[in-house]
Design a protein around this ligand. Structure first.
Ligand code: AMP
Ligand code: MG
Length: 539
């Protein structure tokens, strides 16, 4: 069998990576280090090395993440880098492992899941003293691979790589992505689970985050009634990722859960702000840090439709549809509360924290909507109705969410606000502007008039309002069809568009007039094309 050699890199910036593997040092390990499928009890992780591949090749890397790790751009283009971040070679100080977790999938408890294709390399401490865990997704089988192959295909890896970085630049809490590499090996996938498997190029993404711990990492212990390891993981998480809460105690556990509720609410508010649909909000895909994690069949709202989900597996029930995400996050937090209950043994503080999620979400959502509309402050007396009417108006006809809000910036109150075609600057947001009926136009104008009157009362200067609105209403989002075009090209060996999209998404709020083509609404051909409007979990 091929093995991973430990590399003594010639490149100084690689050899300077300082590993400090707290997770494996402080948490219980699976005593078995064979790479065989099994149920793993009373342990947070199993040691396992990535499975080497034949021909690693760099597709793209994120220079911001490289900087976080104190890696030079030149280093990321080197052969050594490719060998390491595809999983062929280890650096001194790496101590690879896969973590054990469980989860509720689509509302049902699924038992042990775990890192079935992700191998954690270790944690580095950068020059600023920040701790970053490195994880290769698609690096081969682990004891948690169940019936699958431990690999990832290029298309899903492009999607994860680009979206991690796009979300970061949009200001949405997320895991990051350092690199995207081809393995040089083919992977067999039945994309639509319809008996037509195909060979696809395999790839590995190096994900980077302070921690990859999920709600399901706690649930697995509670399910097995393994209270001591549960406590160890909670204490470790508090000490490592929430040190401001102080020394773990029952009171600190409660505060910690409150903090998790608050961070989760904040993450969801951001999703609702930018029109992001995660697609698979299972409890194993919920980060304890409130980061967006596990980019699978996610999607971006094109025409505003709260009932939309890109995930074909969920098309019927729509459990994870856009407008349902706030409630689902709460449902997931309830599962987490149940999991940590044995450490607290009082329901009341946990229920209070769940209520806090609701309050925090409501409050934060109102503030966010006021910001999107360029209002100084949310005034319930007027703005609840204003926004309820806006939601209806956006669904009258197909209206591109991103373009609508961005163009709304250009609307300026005048003395009368009663022009017959106030909506003219917004025309670009409509998928079929020529089909707008007179009634639709009157409805849209009616709302805009109310809105502009509200803006006029609000009293912000035009410049200030526009500046504020542009800072929260992106011009560029990672449109579903754009990623699909980038994938099509990448599958033909052309990585230009992957890198162009990475570049555009570094400044999603800037005008970037030279990149106007990436701000266009979905073209007609993409309406029903696989990968653009619908995705399966196959990845
Ligand atoms: P996901 O739906 O991607 O969050 O994955 C759910 C579970 O399935 C996780 O435990 C993954 O590690 C596992 N999984 C997904 N795809 C694969 C694969 N190709 N090989 C091994 N495990 C996988
Ligand atoms: Mg997952």
């Amino acid at each position: 069998m091929k093995t991973n050699m430990v590399l003594q890199p010639a490149d100084l910036s690689l050899s300077a990576l300082k590993f400090d593997n707290c997770f494996v040092r402080e948490l219980p390990a699976d005593p078995d280090s064979s790479n065989q499928l099994r149920q793993v009890h009373s342990a947070c992780y199993s040691r396992v090395t990535p499975t080497p591949v034949v021909a690693p090749q760099l597709v793209a890397f994120s220079q911001e993440v490289a900087e976080l790790l104190n890696l030079k751009n030149e280093t990321c283009k080197s052969k050594e880098f490719a060998q390491i971040f595809v999983g062929n070679k280890l650096l001194l100080g790496m101590d690879p492992y896969a973590t054990c977790y469980g989860g509720h999938q689509f509302g049902n408890w699924a038992g042990q899941l775990g890192d079935g294709r992700a191998v954690n390399l270790g944690e580095i401490v950068n020059k600023q003293g920040e701790r970053w865990a490195l994880q290769l997704k698609g690096a081969g089988p682990t004891p948690y691979s169940r019936r699958a192959d431990g690999r990832a295909v290029l298309r899903s890896s492009v999607r994860e790589f680009l979206c991690s970085e796009a979300m970061h630049h949009l200001g949405v809490p997320t895991t990051r992505a350092l690199s995207l590499l081809l393995t040089g090996e083919q992977v067999n996938r039945d994309m639509f689970y319809d008996g037509h498997p195909q060979e696809e190029p395999g790839a590995v993404v190096c994900r980077v985050a302070p921690s990859f711990t999920r709600f399901g990492s706690f649930q697995i212990f509670a399910w097995r009634n393994e209270i001591e390891p549960l406590r160890q993981l909670v204490d470790y998480t508090i000490q490592t990722d929430f040190p401001h809460l102080g020394k773990p105690s029952t009171a600190v556990y409660q505060q910690w859960f409150e903090t998790v509720c608050r961070r989760t609410a904040e993450m969801i508010i951001h999703w609702m702000r930018v029109g992001f649909v995660h697609g698979v909000m299972n409890t194993d895909n919920m980060s304890i840090l409130g980061l967006t994690i596990d980019y699978g069949p996610y999607g971006w709202l094109e025409n505003y439709d709260p009932d939309w989900t890109p995930n074909t597996t969920d098309a019927q029930g729509g459990r994870y549809r856009f407008g349902h995400q706030p409630q689902i996050a709460l449902w997931n937090l309830v599962q987490l509360a149940n999991a940590i209950y044995p450490l607290i043994e009082q329901a009341e503080p946990l229920e209070a924290a769940l209520q806090l999620y609701n309050d925090h979400y409501q409050q934060g959502w109102r503030e966010m909507m006021a910001q999107k509309l360029g209002l100084k402050k949310f005034e319930p007396a007027t703005d609840l109705l204003l926004i309820a009417e806006l939601e209806k108006m956006l669904q009258l006809v197909e209206t591109d969410m991103t373009i609508f809000y961005r163009k709304l910036v250009d609307l300026v109150p005048t003395d009368s606000n009663d022009g017959a075609d106030l909506f003219a600057p917004l025309l670009d947001a409509y998928y079929q502007p020529e089909d707008l009926s007179e009634k639709n136009k009157a409805q849209i104008n009616g709302w805009l008039r109310t809105y502009l009157n509200r803006v006029a009362q609000d009293g912000l200067s035009v410049d200030e309002r526009q500046e504020r609105m542009k800072a929260v209403n992106p011009k560029y989002v990672l449109r579903n069809y754009l990623v699909q075009l980038a994938i099509d090209k990448a599958e033909d060996g052309d990585y230009g568009l992957v890198n162009d999209l990475l570049q555009v998404m570094r400044q999603p709020y800037a005008e970037q007039p030279e990149n106007e083509e990436f701000a266009q609404k979905r073209p007609e051909w993409a309406r029903h094309r696989a990968g653009c409007s619908m995705l399966s979990c196959s990845s």
